[in-house]
Design a binder for this molecule. Structure first.
Ligand code: MG
Ligand code: MG
Length: 281
């Protein structure tokens, strides 16, 4: 693994290890998503993810993560106006809610990080539009993850997509380089200017994560000192993939193939898990 101004460049072999960490993380996320139903608690979703991590001999990148106090779970789970960093617990999901789940796995020393927001039962069409736009903005960013582009191209693509639909991107939290550590350089905000920022090179791996708000872009941290919510308590959504820059274009390291999704009964989330740019390493 070489470095360019604090940014790690992965060899082909390291990229394959990143893919394995990403695949296991995606399986854990899928397990949590499979547990989503009215009446399930957010702790139930976390338990499903933890069981999958254990089954694959993976460690959690989240549990014990330093903050006001160490993060206590393997996932962050957020309902409705909660944007990121929600602590799983006894709260029950209700029909019509949206729930975001974020998970991080460490496999053979490499980290995968991915997140998605899903409906609990039937949701309103306007809320579905928020989920569609947030996912679309993620893939708009992924499309720009090409050698020779700049990180600002990625940021601008996400921002343009989100704002063209009348939503806001968060300012305080960003996408990030990822490798042997969950948070490496560079920071990749969900807003930016084309042609600015870090020059992207083959071997870079970055977690892109649009965090989208339907009202004000301002957020606050709840009294539990972890959960980030929109200041106006309007709905938010969050999608994330760990993405690698290769000579053949972007690859989604936290993807799952259609066969796996089929076996898990999650083909309805194919657009997220097996996005059009996902390729096997
Ligand atoms: Mg994450
Ligand atoms: Mg992340």
């Amino acid at each position: 693994m070489s470095r360019q101004r604090g940014v790690t460049i992965k060899s082909e072999r390291e990229m394959a290890s990143m893919r394995e960490a990403g695949r296991v993380n995606a399986l854990a996320l899928a397990a949590a998503v499979s547990a989503v139903r009215p009446g399930a608690t957010t702790a139930d979703l976390d338990a499903a993810a933890e069981e999958t991590l254990q089954k694959h001999g993976a460690k959690s990148a989240f549990k014990g993560y330093p903050g006001a106090y160490p993060f206590p779970a393997v996932t962050t789970v957020c309902i409705n106006e909660e944007l990121v960093h929600g602590i799983p617990g006894p709260r029950k999901l209700k029909r019509g809610d949206i729930v975001s789940i974020d998970c991080g796995a460490i496999v053979d020393g490499f980290v995968g990080d991915s997140a998605m927001t899903v409906p609990v039962g039937e949701i309103d069409g306007e809320i579905q539009r928020l989920l569609n736009v947030t996912l679309e903005s993620l893939y708009e960013g992924i499309e720009k993850m090409r050698a020779g582009n700049r990180s600002g191209d990625v940021s601008a693509a996400i921002q343009t997509c989100v704002e063209s639909h009348g939503y806001q991107v968060v300012r305080e939290y960003t996408g990030h380089g990822i490798g042997r550590r969950m948070h490496e350089d560079p920071q990749v905000p969900n807003y930016g200017t084309e042609g600015m920022g870090l020059l992207l090179r083959t071997g870079m791996t970055i977690a892109l994560e649009p965090m989208v708000l339907t009202g004000t872009a301002q957020t606050i941290v709840e009294s539990d000192q972890w959960t980030v919510v929109s200041l106006d308590r309007k709905l938010t959504a969050h999608f994330e993939h760990t993405v690698g820059v290769t000579d053949d274009g972007p690859i989604v390291l936290t993807a799952l193939d259609e066969e796996t999704l089929d076996a898990l009964g999650l083909t309805r989330y194919n657009k997220y898990f097996a996005g059009r740019l996902a390729k096997a390493v």
